[in-house]
Design a protein around this ligand. Structure first.
Ligand SMILES: Nc1ncnc2c1ncn2[C@@H]1O[C@H](COP(=O)(O)OP(=O)(O)OP(=O)(O)O)[C@@H](O)[C@H]1O
Length: 897
C-alpha cells in the first residue's frame, strides 16, 4: 500500500519495503518581522533571504569579518513568509513520517522572542490536521494515536497533562531508550481531542515576562504524538505487523542574555538553566556534525537525554531556527546560524519501526512450523535418512557402552594378572595362556575346534601340566574352574583344592573337545565302567577303530595322553611319542598326572579312595622335580585294579610324590549319612570343632606375597589345609567352618560390608566354592597382618554411613521400626539408622545375625539376583585390595534370588 500525501515526496507504506537509511537533519531558518519595540528603537534589519536556501548579513557585506556573511540551509524563510509555507515545503514530510512508522522530531531553536513558539504552534497544528486527515482517508488500516507532553523547567521534567506538577524521573529502557517515568499518555479520540490537550499544555507551560518577551516560554516543551497502525483484519492480510512511531514537536526555550533580558531572581535562574541545556544541545549537535566516534554528551542535560533518539538516532529530524532580524540581536542571530550550520551536518538513521504482536508472532511461528513439517512430509528420503541416522546413532551409543564395559572388565582382569605375575616373579613370556591363546586363535581361524590344534608339547615345555585342561576350561564358560585355568600359574593358588567331581567333569570336557559327540557319550559312560572298557573307548577314538595306532598317537598327542590309559597302554604310547614330545618328557609328567586323575584311569585308585586325597595340582617346579616319583605313582596307580567304589570317590587329585607329601591328610567320613543341612546350629558347631580336634583343617598359613616370588621353596611348605579329603557331607562341614572363619576375618580386616554380602550370598556351600573360600581365607589372613586397618576402618565407617542413608530410601518407616525393634534399638533413641548400620555384620558368631545383615545390605545396595552371577567375579585374585571392587560393576552383573 503506497500513497502520496499532498504532493510531497513523502510516501506511506506498510513498512515492509522501508529500510534504514542515513539522512541529514533538515534545517530551515526563519526570520520574523521586526516587532514594534525594535522598530521603535530604530533597529535595522541585518538579514535578508536572498533565495530559498541562503540568508545573508546585508548591512556590511564588504566588511571583513570573522563571521561569514552568507549562510545556506535546506530552506530559509524571510520576514514575509508564512508558517504554512515553511511547514509544507520541508517540515511536513518529516512530521508525517510518523504515519510510515518512522520517528520524527521538529525543533524550534532560537533566541528568546525570535518566534519559536509562534512557528511551532503553527507546525504542530498543521501536522496534526494532516495526520488526522490522512487517517480519515485510510480504510484498510487501523490507527491508534496517543499523546503525551512534558516540559523541562529548570532541569526538572514535568508532565503537562498532569495537574500535580510532580517531577518525573528519566529511565533507561533497553528497548525504548530513555523514557519518562509515570508520564501520562492520552489515547486520542480525534483531532479535536488532541487540540484540546495541546491547549492544556500551553496553559500548563511555564510562561514568564521578560524585557524581550511578555509571554516568554521559560521551559522546553516536548509534545509527543505516537501513531500506531496496522492493516485491518477484515482485509485479509492479518500479517500481524504494526507500525509504531512518534513525532516530537519541540519548542525550546530561547537563549538569552541577562544583559538584554535584564533578568534577575527567578528569571535569571531560569535563564541559566535554559542556556546551560541549550549549550549542551549545541555541543551534542556539534559533536554529531563532526561524526566519528567521539563521545556525545547526551546525558549532560535532560533535554538531550530525552531527545537523544531524535539527534543522530532513529528519527527524521527537522530544525527550524528562528531569528530576529534586528541589528541589536545580531550576535544572538549569528549564534543561531552557527548552531543551524552544525545541525545540517548531522546525520540520523531513521528506520521503520515494525512491531509484531505476540499473537501474530505465535501465528507466524506456527505457519513456519507447518511449512517445515510439510517439507519433511514431501521429502521422504530426508525423513527416512533422519530416522536412520538417529537409529544408527543409538546403535553406536549402545555399542560404545558395551565396549566401555568390556574394556573395563578386560582392564580389571589384566591388572590382576599383571599384579600376580609381578608378585610371583613369573617371566611373562613364559605364560602358558599366551601360547594357548595363540593356538586358540589360530585354530579358530582354521575353523577347527581349539583342541584339534592344541598340542600338549606347547604346554609341556612350560611344565604346566594343568594347562591342558586349563585351556579347555577357559573355553567352557560354565565351568567353575574357568578362572582356575586362567590363573594356573605357579603361585599360592596352586594350593587350591579341586573338587573331585569337577575334576571328573574337566576330564570329560577335554574329551568332548577331542572327539565327536557320539564318542563323548560313550566315553562318559565308560568312565564308570570296567578298566577294559576304557581301552575300548580309546580304540574308538583313535580314528575310527584303529586301536592304539602309532599314527593316531602321533597325530593327536592330546588324545593319547588322555585316553591311552589302559593298563599297559601308557608305556606303549609314550614310546611312540615324537622327539619333541620326548624332549619335554619330563614336563609332560604333569600332563600324565592329570591323565591319571581321570576316573577311568584306574579302579585301583577307586579302591584306595576310602581315604581320598585331595589337593590340587602342584607348581610346575615341583612337578618337574618330582617327575620321577610321580611316574612311579602312575605306575602304581595303573597297576592296581581294585574294586569299583563308585564315581564320586574315584579321584585322585594329586599324587603324593615325596615322603613328606605322602603324609596325606584324610577326612574320615564320619557321620557321612547325616546331612549337614539337617543339623542344628549346635551340632554344626560340634562337627566343626571335631574337625579342629582332628586337625583336619590346620591353621591356615598367613599369606605372604614375598613368598610367592620364591615359590620354588615356598611350595615345599604346602599347607595341610589343602589336603582335605573331600566328600559332599564333609565338605559341608568344612565349608561352614571356613565361612565362619572368613566372617571373623572380615570383621577383623574391616572388609566392606557389600563385599561380605556378595560373598556370603554367592558362596553357599557348593563344592565348587572351595576354591573361592580358600582364596578368600588366604587373602584375609594376609590382610589381617597388614597395617592398613586404620584406613580400612575409616572406609568401613563411611560405608556404614552410606548404608544408614540408604535405610531411609529402601525401607519404609514401618519396616525400619520393625528392624529397630528386632535389632534392639529403642525407637525413641537418636540416630537409629546409624545405630542399625553400625550393628550390621558385627556378631560374627551369630550366623542368623550374619544372614540378616547380608539380607539388609543386599536390599540396601540393590542386589537383585545372584544365581546367574559368575563366581569368577571374586576370582582367584590374591591381591589384598580386592575388597575395593566397584559396586556398580557387581550390581550390573550379579543376580540374586
Ligand atoms: N513570523 C512571525 N510573524 C509575525 N509575528 C511573529 C512571528 N514570529 C513571532 N512573532 C511574534 O513575536 C512574538 C514572540 O514570539 P514567540 O513568543 O513565538 O517567541 P519565542 O521565540 O517563543 O520567545 P521565547 O523564547 O521567549 O518564548 C510573539 O508576539 C509573536 O506573535
Amino acid at each position: 500500500m503506497m500513497e502520496s500525501i499532498s504532493g510531497d515526496e513523502f510516501e506511506i507504506s506498510d513498512g515492509q519495503e522501508s529500510t534504514a537509511q542515513d539522512e541529514k537533519i533538515f534545517v530551515a531558518v526563519r526570520l520574523r518581522p521586526l516587532n514594534g519595540k525594535e522598530i521603535a528603537k530604530g533597529d535595522a534589519s541585518d538579514w535578508e533571504c536572498v533565495n530559498a536556501t541562503t540568508i545573508i548579513f546585508k548591512n556590511n557585506p564588504s566588511e571583513r569579518s570573522m563571521y561569514p556573511n552568507a549562510y545556506t540551509f535546506d530552506r530559509v524563510y524571510g520576514c514575509d513568509s508564512s508558517t504554512k509555507e515553511l511547514y509544507e515545503e520541508g517540515v511536513k514530510g518529516i512530521a508525517l513520517s510518523v504515519l510510515n512508522g518512522i520517528n520524527s522530531s521538529i525543533f524550534a531553536y532560537g533566541q528568546t522572542s525570535s518566534g519559536k513558539t509562534y512557528t511551532m504552534s503553527g507546525i504542530t497544528e498543521y501536522a496534526i490536521e494532516d495526520i488526522y486527515d490522512y487517517i480519515s482517508r485510510q480504510n484498510d488500516r487501523e490507527f491508534a494515536l496517543k499523546f503525551s507532553a512534558i516540559e523541562i523547567y529548570n532541569e526538572c521534567v514535568r508532565d503537562l497533562l498532569s495537574q500535580d506538577g510532580a517531577q518525573l524521573r528519566l529511565l533507561d529502557d533497553p528497548e525504548k531508550g530513555v523514557v519518562v517515568e509515570k508520564l501520562t499518555e492520552a489515547n486520542l479520540r480525534d483531532c479535536n481531542h488532541l487540540k484540546e490537550l495541546i491547549c492544556v499544555c500551553e496553559a500548563e507551560r511555564q510562561i514568564g515576562e521578560t524585557k524581550l518577551n511578555e509571554m516568554s516560554s521559560r521551559s522546553h516543551q516536548i509534545l509527543r504524538l505516537t501513531v500506531e497502525s496496522s492493516a485491518c483484519e477484515y482485509n485479509g492480510s492479518e500479517s500481524g505487523r504494526s507500525l509504531a512511531a512518534t513525532v516530537n514537536f519541540v519548542d525550546l526555550a530561547g537563549s538569552e542574555r541577562a544583559s538584554q533580558t535584564l533578568a534577575a531572581g527567578t528569571r535569571l535562574k531560569e535563564g541559566c538553566h535554559i542556556n546551560r541545556s541549550l549549550l549542551t544541545l549545541g555541543t551534542v549537535i556539534r559533536k554529531l556534525s563532526k561524526g566519528g566516534n567521539s563521545h556525545v554528551p547526551y546525558r549532560n542535560s535532560k533535554l538531550t537525554r530525552i531527545l537523544q533518539n531524535s539527534l543522530g538516532g532513529n528519527a527524521r529530524t527537522a530544525i527550524v531556527c528562528t531569528m530576529s532580524p534586528a541589528h541589536s540581536h545580531v550576535e544572538q542571530s549569528r549564534n543561531t546560524l552557527l548552531f543551524a550550520s552544525c545541525a545540517k551536518d548531522v546525520s540520523t538513521n531513521a528506520q521503520v519501526n515494525v512491531v509484531i504482536s505476540d499473537k501474530a508472532l505465535v501465528k507466524q511461528l506456527q505457519q513456519e512450523l507447518a511449512r517445515l513439517a510439510n517439507e519433511l512430509k514431501v521429502s521422504p528420503v530426508l525423513n527416512d535418512s533422519a530416522s536412520l541416522i538417529r537409529e544408527m546413532e543409538l546403535q553406536i551409543e549402545k555399542m560404545g557402552k558395551e565396549i566401555e564395559e568390556l574394556t573395563q572388565q578386560r582392564d580389571l582382569a589384566e591388572s590382576r594378572l599383571d599384579h600376580l605375575i609381578r608378585v610371583t616373579g613369573t617371566d611373562p613370556n613364559s605364560l602358558p595362556w599366551r601360547e594357548t591363546g595363540d593356538l586358540y586363535e589360530k585354530s579358530s581361524k582354521d575353523g577347527h575346534p581349539a583342541s584339534d590344534t592344541y598340542e600338549g608339547d606347547s604346554l609341556n615345555k612350560y611344565g604346566l601340566a594343568d594347562m591342558e585342561s586349563s585351556k579347555i576350561d577357559f573355553l567352557d564358560e560354565n565351568s567353575p574352574r574357568n578362572v582356575l585355568g586362567q590363573y594356573n600359574v605357579p603361585d599360592p593358588s596352586q594350593d587350591i583344592r579341586i573338587n573331585p567331581e569337577d575334576s571328573y567333569k574337566d576330564q570329560s570336557v577335554e574329551k568332548t573337545l577331542s572327539i565327536d559327540n557320539n564318542n563323548i557319550t560313550e566315553v562318559s559312560e565308560d568312565y564308570s565302567k570296567e578298566e577294559d572298557q576304557n581301552i575300548e573307548v580309546t580304540s574308538s577314538i583313535g580314528n575310527n577303530s584303529t586301536t592304539n595306532s602309532e599314527k593316531s598317537c602321533k597325530e593327536d598327542q592330546n588324545i593319547e595322553k588322555k585316553l591311552c590309559i589302559g593298563n599297559n597302554s601308557i608305556t606303549t604310547e609314550e614310546t611312540r611319542m615324537d622327539d619333541t614330545y620326548e624332549s619335554s618328557k619330563e614336563n609332560t609328567q604333569d600332563s600324565q598326572t592329570t591323565v591319571e586323575r581321570s576316573p577311568c584311569s584306574s579302579d585301583s585308585e577307586i579302591s584306595d579312595s576310602e581315604d581320598i586325597c585331595l589337593a590340587r595340582s602342584k607348581s610346575c617346579n615341583e612337578l618337574t622335580t618330582n617327575a620321577s616319583s610321580e611316574k612311579e605313582t602312575i605306575a602304581d596307580s595303573t597297576s592296581n585294579n581294585g574294586s569299583e567304589t563308585g564315581k564320586q570317590d574315584s579321584y585322585i587329585q594329586t599324587i603324593p610324590k615325596s615322603k613328606s607329601e605322602a603324609d596325606v591328610q584324610t577326612i574320615t567320613q564320619q557321620d557321612s549319612n547325616t546331612p549337614l543341612m539337617n543339623l542344628d546350629e549346635k551340632e554344626i558347631e560340634q562337627k566343626i570343632n571335631s574337625l579342629d580336634e582332628q586337625d583336619v583343617s590346620s591353621e591356615l598359613p598367613s599369606f605372604d606375597p614375598e613368598s610367592l616370588s620364591s615359590h620354588d621353596s615356598g611350595m615345599k611348605t604346602e599347607p595341610k589345609a589343602n589336603e582335605f579329603i573331600d566328600s559332599e557331607k564333609d565338605w559341608s562341614m568344612v565349608f561352614e567352618k571356613q565361612r565362619r572363619e572368613i566372617i571373623k576375618l572380615w570383621h577383623e580386616c574391616n572388609t566392606p560390608l557389600i563385599h561380605r554380602t556378595y560373598f556370603f550370598l554367592l558362596f553357599k556351600g557348593d563344592q565348587s566354592d572351595s576354591v573361592y573360600m580358600e582364596v578368600e581365607l588366604r587373602r584375609l589372613s594376609f590382610l589381617k597382618n597388614t597395617p592398613s586397618h586404620a584406613t580400612s576402618a575409616r572406609a568401613l565407617s563411611r560405608e556404614r554411613i552410606m548404608l544408614s542413608r540408604k535405610l531411609l530410601k529402601k525401607f519404609s518407616s514401618t519396616q525400619r521400626d520393625d528392624l529397630f525393634k528386632k535389632w534392639g534399638i529403642p525407637l525413641d533413641s537418636r540416630h537409629r539408622r546409624v545405630q542399625l548400620s553400625g550393628l550390621l555384620w558385627t556378631k560374627t558368631n551369630d550366623i542368623d545375625h550374619i544372614k540378616e545383615s547380608a539380607e539388609i545390605v543386599a536390599k540396601l545396595v540393590g542386589i537383585v539376583a545372584l544365581n546367574q552371577t559368575p563366581k569368577e567375579l571374586f576370582g582367584l585374585s590374591f591381591l589384598p585390595g580386592t575388597d575395593q571392587f566397584k559396586t556398580s560393576f557387581y550390581k550390573g552383573t550379579l543376580s540374586f534370588t
